[in-house]
Ligand binder design. Structure first.
Ligand SMILES: Nc1ncnc2c1ncn2[C@@H]1O[C@H](COP(=O)(O)OP(=O)(O)O)[C@@H](O)[C@H]1O
Ligand SMILES: [Mg+2]
Length: 241
């Protein structure tokens, strides 16, 4: 469904991603782990064209989206959830969720509002519709941010440390929503430092280091039987799994 081929990304003289290759099938839940600064966020941003790759291909449903002139369609099909939620603070929950589908002409305002309310109701957040982000808890903000991607009916959702900015007691409500999406068959690519969550939730785990995929496998392969020396060192520094 999504394939990353020989992806390279440099910022000036600094090459962050050297040669990344990934194959993602529908329904895959892939965890991306690796040391701070190894390029996890850059990889996600290159996949939905928030950063344009220096070279290489990102193939979504058979099309190399790096070549697309407009990335509007790409961003509709590839949702992204950020650590800091990235909600518009001067817009209500409902306005945040309905903004993109209305702006892109995918839905009438009436239809978008109906759809947003339905999605909010599914996760018991319908009472928040007319509140502003600063009236919400972190966990509520992140769930609203996830609903904002869902209204676009994406093929895949990229999560960049979705629980890192949350108080510990709110992590569960966000991971539970992610579990619900997984059950419904959503394809997801997740960067997280919550190793326990990655280990138990992801169908496949990718270890990124030195600009390449150093090792990839099932949770069991990666966490219980790591082979790459850098992966062993990385895991030995983390004790929450
Ligand atoms: N827009 C940018 N301009 C220059 N350097 C960047 C930019 N974005 C990221 N980098 C650099 O790329 C490297 C990888 O960053 P990032 O993808 O955020 O890592 P991670 O998410 O794994 O912690 C870092 O050294 C960072 O400073
Ligand atoms: Mg990052």
């Amino acid at each position: 469904m999504l394939e990353v081929k020989n992806l390279k990304k440099s910022f000036g003289k600094k090459t962050v991603l050297k040669d990344i290759n990934l194959q993602i099938k529908k329904g895959d839940i892939i965890g991306i782990i690796g040391p701070s600064g190894c390029g996890k966020s850059t990889l996600l941003r290159c996949i939905n064209m928030l950063e344009i790759p220096t070279s290489g291909e990102v193939i979504l449903n058979g099309n190399n989206i790096v070549d697309d002139k407009s990335h509007t369609d790409t961003r509709r099909k590839i949702g992204m959830v950020f650590q800091q939620f990235n909600l518009f603070n001067h817009k209500t929950v409902l306005e945040n969720i309905t903004l993109a589908p209305i702006l892109l002409g995918l839905m009438t305002e009436k239809k978008a509002i109906k759809e947003a309310r339905k999605l909010l109701k599914e996760i018991d957040l319908e009472d928040l519709a007319n509140l502003y982000p600063n009236q919400l808890s972190g966990g509520q903000k992140q769930r609203v941010a996830i609903v904002r991607t869902l209204i676009m009916n994406p093929d895949i959702i990229l999560f960049d440390e979705p629980t890192s900015a949350l108080d510990p007691e709110m992590i569960g409500e966000v991971t539970n929503l992610m579990r619900k999406l997984a059950k419904e068959g959503m394809t997801m690519l997740i960067v997280s430092h919550e190793m326990n969550f990655i280990k138990n939730f992801c169908t496949r785990v990718v270890f990124l280091s030195d600009g390449v995929v150093k090792e990839e496998g099932t949770s069991k392969d990666i966490f219980d039987n790591p082979k790459d020396e850098k992966l062993k060192i990385f895991l030995s520094k983390i004790n929450n799994y």
